[in-house]
Write a protein that binds this ligand. Structure first.
Ligand code: HAS
Length: 550
């Protein structure tokens, strides 16, 4: 068991994460009904306000707080309890991130920031909303630096040794997050805040979007990598196996530092103002970032097969039946992985220049992110929640909670399958994203979106409702394991942190040479961004004044 003070820190992070999850999923439920024209909002509430709250609270707040809870728990477990300074800075980071979260939520609820989670200019929110975003990023950086400090202390005490896999992966993810955050902090501090507070009249839209996506794409790997950490480190332990290959795991993580950042233009393929050459270059780099995910898929299949055969699985697929299907901690993560097969394939489609023309800004993209962040990542976090909170509180994860856990993940999978499938199909039929309900004057194309059995807005709403039900079951499990479930007394009732062994003997030391990886990352960033960004600054068209469309 890790130190009580580290547990407290992690639990507070999880607490905020699940408050955001509760409000965010409620907003999601309202949205699917509005899109289906089954719900009219009162005049003081706007669809775009709810959409912003949904995106911000789930994609930015739930994820970040949960991820830091996981990092804190795992770092304390793998390299030892935090010292007083690390703990102090982690609390300061938590407080600043929470302050940003509260301020952003107040701005959204009061109707001052219906700009969606991408906050695209020239939509203009209250200046305080951008201050809130800056606080959020800086808060996460403070916690990140605290964790890096903890790692450095360990490295000094263990000179020449490779760090444990969990710590290595935490630091990789943090490196990615800090480098990525530079883009969003730059645009918020130097463009949005002066513009929103009236210090300047106009904003350079293309530059602001490009700096946002410089951050926005690695942001998705900031969500994904902690899920991969669970796949690499937790899953083998649940299977009774070791990490398949320590070097493969580390290499796949450092490849994310290299290739996840210089690729933001693949979100801007339809935008004018960026030449085809730079778009093409960044699309090529996007195809490079697929490789570490394929390495991860390979590693997972290998782990399953080795574990299944060790348990007596025979023949080509006999090992599959030997996996611990009755353990919800495993089954939830397995379903999460399975969703990432179509989720990742969809990403490859999005990144393909011509196909992007068909799907960009349609509901297809919404379908894509619900089967990437909304299931592979979120359901992995659910699988972690089942043991992490009992581990931190010292309470039991009872048999009835395990049963409820199964109901929760199965309903999530069914709801997501219905909702995301219909979103993908609706997208191909041209239904736009980021829009409230509109009948489009009964245009035949728009009428199609309400036809068919599996392919319409009604299916989407049914899926969304099942998801909400599932979310409420999860909240119940969270509350039970935080406050109500009986305290574990007997040895066998204590829930452990399942952390698999990873053989480091054959792992090359250069894999943990951060100067190499961060250095190459910056070289790639400069190659991919220096010329197009400087072009946007030096040949900027007239800037835009702000618009408030709500
Ligand atoms: Fe994406 C848009 C391209 C991955 C999230 N993406 C988005 C948006 C979000 C998002 C939120 O190129 C919308 C942003 C917005 O608001 O506008 N995405 C990709 C590519 C990948 C990818 C190439 N995306 C993700 C992940 C996300 C995420 C991960 C969240 C966590 N995405 C795009 C593009 C756009 C985009 C364009 C812009 C579209 C537009 O026009 O606006 C790749 O990283 C995917 C690689 C993954 C794989 C899958 C490997 C499979 C594994 C599972 C193994 C399974 C096992 C289980 C072992 C190749 C690892 C076995 C089970 C059995 C049943 C057998």
């Amino acid at each position: 068991m890790i130190a009580a003070q580290d547990r407290k820190l992690a639990l507070w992070n999880i607490g905020v994460a699940y408050i955001a999850f509760l409000i965010g999923t409620l907003c999601g439920l309202l949205q699917v009904f509005i899109r289906n024209d089954a719900l009219q909002l009162p005049s003081w509430l706007d669809y775009y306000q709810i959409l912003t709250a949904h995106g911000v609270l789930l994609a930015l707040i739930y994820t970040a707080f949960f991820i830091f809870a996981f990092f804190i728990t795992g770092m304390s477990k793998s390299i030892g309890s935090f010292g007083p300074k690390v703990r102090l800075f982690s609390w300061i980071g938590f407080a600043v991130t929470t302050a940003g979260t509260v301020l952003a939520t107040i701005m959204i609820v009061s109707g001052e920031a219906s700009v969606l989670y991408t906050f695209y200019a020239p939509l203009k929110a209250s200046g305080w909303y951008y201050v809130a975003l800056a606080l959020y990023v800086v808060g996460t950086w403070i916690t990140s630096f605290a964790l890096v400090g903890h790692y450095i202390v360990w490295k000094k005490k263990n000179k020449g040794q490779l760090s444990p896999l969990f710590a290595f992966m935490t630091i990789t993810t943090i490196a990615l997050w800090i480098i990525a955050g530079l883009g969003v902090v730059a645009t918020v501090l130097f463009q949005y805040i002066p513009w929103a507070f009236g210090m300047v009249d106009t904003i350079n839209v293309e530059l602001s979007r490009s700096l946002f996506w410089y951050f926005g794409h690695p942001l998705v790997y900031f969500w994904l990598l902690p899920a991969y950490m669970a796949w690499y480190v937790v899953v083998p332990k649940l299977l009774g196996a070791k990490v398949f290959s320590d070097s493969l795991a580390r290499l796949s993580f450092v490849l994310f530092i290299l290739f996840s950042i210089p690729v933001g233009f693949h979100h801007q393929l339809t935008e004018p103002g960026i030449s085809n050459f730079w778009k093409f270059l960044q699309v090529c780099l996007t195809f490079m970032v697929i490789i570490p995910s394929l390495m991860t898929a390979f590693s997972m299949f290998a782990t399953f097969e080795i574990a299944g055969r060790k348990k007596g699985g025979k023949g080509l697929f006999g090992w599959f039946t030997k996996l611990p299907w009755k353990d919800v901690r495993f089954t939830s993560i397995f379903i999460a992985m399975a969703f990432f097969i179509p989720g990742g394939a969809g990403g490859i489609i999005n990144a393909s220049f011509q196909l992007n023309e068909v799907v960009h800004n349609t509901l297809w993209i919404v379908g894509h992110f619900h089967i990437t962040v909304g299931t592979p990542v979120a359901m992995t976090f659910m699988g972690l929640t089942f043991w992490m909170i009992p581990y931190l509180t010292g309470r039991k994860f009872t048999k009835s909670m395990q049963k409820l856990g199964f109901i929760q993940v199965i309903t999530w999978a069914i709801g997501m399958l219905l909702m995301s499938t219909s979103q993908h199909i609706l997208g191909l039929l041209g239904a736009p994203r980021r829009t409230a309900y509109s009948g489009y004057n009964n245009h035949p194309s728009a009428l199609e979106w309400f036809d068919g059995i599996l392919t319409n807005h009604v299916t989407m709403a049914i899926g969304g409702s099942i998801l909400f039900l599932s979310a409420m079951i999860l909240i119940y499990i969270v509350v039970m394991s935080m406050f109500i479930s009986p305290k574990a007394v007997r040895e066998e009732d204590f829930v452990e942190f399942p952390m698999a062994e990873s053989d480091k003997e054959n792992t090359p030391k250069w894999l943990e040479n951060w100067w190499i990886w961060i250095g190459i990352a910056f070289v790639l960033i400069i190659i991919a961004y220096a010329i197009p960004l400087s072009g946007m600054i030096h040949h900027a068209p007239p800037g835009s004044e702000g618009f408030r469309t709500w």
